[in-house]
Unconditional design. Sequence first.
Length: 539
Amino acid sequence: MTELPQPPNQPPTPSGYGHLPGPPQQGYGFAPQGENPYAQQPGCPPQPPTVPQHQVGPGGTGSGGPGPGKAPGRKLILVVAASVAAVLVLGGVGYVAFSGGDKDPEPVAQEPADAKPSGSPSVDKGDGNGDGGGAPTDLNAGRKQGEDKVLWLKTVKIDGPGMGVDAAAQWVAGDTVVKSLWKNLTAYAVADGKERWTLPFPAQICSAAPQTTAEGRTVVMYRDGEGDNTSCNQLRVVDLRSGKEVWSKEVPSEGVFDIFTSPTLSMTGDTVTVSRGGTASAFKISNGDKLFANPLGDGCNADSYEAGNGRMIALATCSDEDSTAEVQGIDPVTGAKGWAYRLPANFKVTSIYSVNPTVIDIGDEKTKQRSIVVLGPDGKQTATLAGEGSFAVGCGDTGLFRSLATCPSAVVDANTLYLPTAAGTGKANEIVAFDLATGKAKWRSPAGDKRTLTPLKAANGQLIAYRKAEREQGGEVISIPADGGTPTALLRHPSGPAAPVERTFTLPKLEFADGRFFISSTHLRAQGQEEKLLMVFGK
């Protein structure tokens, strides 16, 4: 096998460093030949299929344009394809793009609520029974023995713009779940779905941090006006428990090329970073004071920041002939660079699975070579992952406000990366656990039924995962022991009328917290018809 050039001052790459045979293949995370791989339309989410009234189309926040050092935008689902014989790259795995979705959308088991004036979301406040307004429908009817309950369902009716509206953000804060929808944040009681508060914004919400502080605060951005020629440069900190604004400010421009199209937000400690198309800056969450901005000049300049779990890193581009990419360890208070990991020539960071520990996905657009590498606290490469299978990790730009670090189907804890394999027709998929110390696969989840299995989070040494609902069978939340043993069911969602509602959420966001499962739509058609927003399951 042909070895790739080694980054400067880096240890030799483990064995297995190879190349794809034959001519370049299409779909390895990059645009097909003839397309501009860097072309995208920030702020324009993919449009769900048109469906009849009372139906919905098939079903973790849009990144900005992929500036220097970033990979081009990709489809909604990124599938990592690998075989031991042919696709081992840096000891890692190779990637192909795949776009999927369920066919034959099922009708929503509810009638539309009364319409409100055009442009104003109408949220059915409900009574906790999940009927969604109109003619009552018992989503728990015909519950089988051992099945748990639908706690409630929220629906909305909106007359919005032709491209629809985003509803990408969701946070669970104590006994409240907060959902973004177009120009509002709305909070509901997790137990019964009663509305707690609604916080309106002057214009469209265009970005949101996925994290919250210990006090239950988060950061949201909205546009500076209505219309196509506005900027996503208005920053607001919100107390998710009270629904009150803490402070708001306009993010100052760092230069004539600082374009606020689709910034991404990332938080750690008292710092929030705002990254947008090669420019980035950071502010104190507590009071809005500016902390730092990415320095410009010779050397390797940060294009964007990602933060989480007490650590911050930057993706940088170096001012050499090849515009080499670099990952840097950043002090979240001062912005000072602590360490740097130089990528091989022509490689870019395509996804960040975790900031702490640092687990990144890198690839070469031309050769289609890819790898997943683990970096230690000092930025040195400690492992390269190698495994067999096709992995559907849900990374890549979707047009919603989602950063490179948000891979909704990839979960990382202190020692392990969990990736789901791609679901085949009529076949059950699996979850593979990779040891971050050795890069080797530790276990594969036991084969189960044919419902798609998605990792949600790692907690108390166990992996929490979700089995997707089917037409006549509800979903399920399970826990898998650290050694990959027999799964235990935490929630069994009801079948009957609830199952087709659960399985047809549009681009769903999934979350399990305090014994409850939350599934919500992240984009709505907003054509004056009743649409599902948020559904909650529990005991």
